[in-house]
Design a protein around this ligand. Structure first.
Ligand SMILES: [Fe+2]
Length: 350
């Protein structure tokens, strides 16, 4: 009869064996603890308040120039993660560009998004296309696209940066290149990616469809997203877990905005308290406007206008709008990575 073997060895002999293995850079797998039955993130639920972040961004702008700092960025780091990122695979940073300043052109294999928090005007140039930046707008600077930022207004421009840098670093796939000039020459037309792809459902037929896996649309204005959210909210539709939630899609495929990052915007009605669920993906949230709290893995994260908070992977969460106005949340996740690798799951509590 076949059965599991039971071999009892003297402790001393085992330790000698392990020592020998260590010297050969080999590890016996049976001594390193049990198998995890489900994901347990090292990251913890956490909220960064705008009332703390904004003064420090202004201070950074006084102390450091864009000559010294390639990007004047404050990294929000999760209290329990070794690196300086808000979540396991995605950073959430605050970047500030002062009146008259530029942040010079470069490109990198990590993909990035900008979600504008403060400042009217200013622009980002992506592969020669000039994209205007207004509060609540989402601007993409996908994998290996040239990008530089400029503030030609008389007030600070502040935005949230989201990048997949920790993921790309873990995969040891990071490339970086400096552009030959300080800034890219700006091509014809105002906001060309909007002009060509901003209508959704329609694309220029005189040129071949772009083959890049990221969205050819690089600018998603808040005005469009907000109008759609409000229209749907009036019809009382939406998710029991997220209220009225929309994904920013690649208009050619209907898929995520970028291969590694999915972006969402949601509306929570005054008094709304969502049901609880969890997913295999980490999520960073930015409160566009509104006040309330989220219960995340047993912690209460109180939030109001412009705060940033993070929900680690496979952590139960629910959202509560305690205010008298609708709350609007922007969020971005690594769900496309999980889905591409067949690792994605979600479940409701109870
Ligand atoms: Fe960059």
């Amino acid at each position: 009869m076949l059965q599991r073997s039971n071999i009892v060895s003297p402790e001393e002999e085992l330790q000698d064996f392990y020592e020998e293995l260590r010297a050969q850079h080999v590890t016996p797998a049976w001594i390193s603890g049990g198998v995890g039955v489900e994901p347990k993130s090292k990251a913890v639920p956490y909220v960064w308040h705008w009332r703390d972040l904004r003064p420090q961004a202004m201070r950074a702008a006084q102390l450091v120039g864009t000559e010294q700092a390639e990007r004047r960025v404050l990294r929000l780091h999760n209290p329990e993660l070794a690196g300086s990122s808000a979540s396991n695979t995605l950073v959430a940073n605050i970047q500030i560009v002062m009146p008259g300043e530029i942040a010079r052109a470069h490109r990198h294999s990590p993909s990035a998004l900008r979600f504008i928090i403060e400042g009217q005007g200013g622009y980002t140039v992506v592969n020669g296309s000039c994209i205007p930046m207004s509060p609540g707008d989402l601007v993409l600077t996908p994998n290996w696209t040239w990008h530089d930022h400029a503030n030609d207004t008389d007030a600070p421009m502040i935005w949230l940066d989201g990048l997949d840098t920790p993921l790309v670093r873990m995969l040891e796939a990071g490339f970086y290149e400096q552009y030959g000039e300080e800034a890219q020459p700006v091509g014809e037309g105002a906001d060309p990616s909007m002009a060509k792809y901003g209508a959704g459902g329609l694309r220029p037929a005189w040129e071949p469809a772009p083959t890049a896996r990221y969205s050819p649309l690089w600018h998603y204005p808040l005005s469009q997203a907000r109008a759609t959210l409000e229209r749907l909210a009036a019809e009382e539709v939406g998710s029991p877990f997220d209220g009225v939630i929309l994904e920013y899609t690649n208009p050619l495929t209907g898929g995520p905005a970028m291969p590694t990052i999915a972006c969402y915007i949601q509306l929570l009605q005054p008094g709304e308290h969502t049901q609880t669920h969890r997913q295999v993906c980490c999520t960073n949230y930015h409160v566009i406007e509104g006040s309330g709290y989220s219960l995340v893995g047993g912690r209460q994260l109180d939030w109001e206008d412009k705060d940033v908070f993070t929900v680690p992977t496979w952590t139960f969460h629910e959202h509560v709008n305690t205010g008298s106005r609708p709350a609007f949340l922007f969020s971005f996740t690594d769900a496309p990575v999980m889905k591409a690798l067949d690792l994605y799951r979600e479940e409701a509590q109870g």
